[in-house]
Design a protein around this ligand. Sequence first.
Ligand SMILES: NC(=O)c1ccc[n+]([C@@H]2O[C@H](COP(=O)([O-])OP(=O)(O)OC[C@H]3O[C@@H](n4cnc5c(N)ncnc54)[C@H](O)[C@@H]3O)[C@@H](O)[C@H]2O)c1
Length: 271
Amino acid sequence: MYNLLKGKRGIITGALDQNSIAWKVAEKAHEQGAKFVLTNAPIAMRMGQINELAEKTGSEIIPADATNVDDIANLYEKAQEVLGGKIDFVLHSIGMSVNIRKKISYTESNYDYFMKGIDVSAMSLHKMLSVAKKMDVINEGGSVVALTYMAAQRTYPFYTDMADIKAMLESIARSFGYHYGVEKKVRINTVSQSPTKTTAGTGIKGFDAFYDYADSIAPLGNADAESCADYCITLFSDLTRMVTMQNLFHDGGYSSTGVSAEVMEKFSTEE
Ligand SMILES: NC(=O)c1ccc[n+]([C@@H]2O[C@H](COP(=O)([O-])OP(=O)(O)OC[C@H]3O[C@@H](n4cnc5c(N)ncnc54)[C@H](O)[C@@H]3O)[C@@H](O)[C@H]2O)c1
C-alpha cells in the first residue's frame, strides 16, 4: 500500500465493464487513496456495469458524452461539487471507430464515420482540456493521461482509421501539453498500450491472431490492463511531476523489438 494518490481528486472516463482499462485504473486509484468520479456516455451506462464499480470504489457517476462541450462543463462542475475542490487527474480512456465496427477497410473509409471517430476518440481530448482550462478546474501539477496505440507510428492495416485518429490524439496531447504546462503546470501524456482484451480491442478484425503475434514479439509479453492501470497511477502521482507531452510505450518492449527468436523459429527452414 503506497497511498500514491492520497488526497487527490480525479475524473475517470471510459469504464464500461470489468475488462475496460479504465475499470482497472479506477480500482487502482481507489486502492491508492484517490477520490474520483466516474463518467461515460449515457448510452454506455445502460449497456455497461458502471454502477458496480461506483459502489465498489465509493464514487459517483456523472454521465457525459465526451464530444459535447456542455456535457463536459457539467461534468467538471458536478465533479468539483462532489469531490469538494479542484481536480488533480483525468483519465481519457475513450475510443470508437464506426468504420472498424462496420468492418470497412481503410481505403474504403466512410467519411461521416471517420469524422465521428475523430470527434469521439481524439477531439474529445481537446474538448476536455479546453473546457478544463477555461473553467480552471485542474490544480497546478495536475496530470491528464490518454490511452493510445502504436498504430499512430507504424502501420497496422486492420486498425484502419483509428491509426490516423490516434496520431491526432497524441499530437493534441503534445500541443495542449505545451500551453497548459506554461500556464498552469498541468501535464498531459499518452500511454501507448499493448493489445488488450476489452470491448474496444476485441472489436477489431483479426484481434486474437494479432494479440498472440504481439505477445510473441514483446520480450515481457503483452502488457495487460491491470499493469497499464498501475502505470497510469504513477503518471497521476507526484513521482512523475516533470513528465509531460510524452507518448509513453507500455507494451512489454514490443515497440523496440524488431523480431523475436520465437517468431524467427516459425519461419525458419533450417534443420
Ligand atoms: N484494447 C486495446 O487493445 C487497446 C490498446 C491500446 C489502446 N487502447 C485504448 O484504450 C482506451 C480504452 O479502451 P478499452 O480497450 O478499455 O475499451 P472499452 O471499450 O472498455 O472502453 C472504451 C470506452 O469509450 C467509451 N466511449 C465511447 N464513446 C464515448 C463518448 N462519446 N463519450 C464518452 N465515452 C465514450 C465507451 O463507452 C467505453 O467505455 C481507448 O482509447 C482505446 O483506443 C486500447
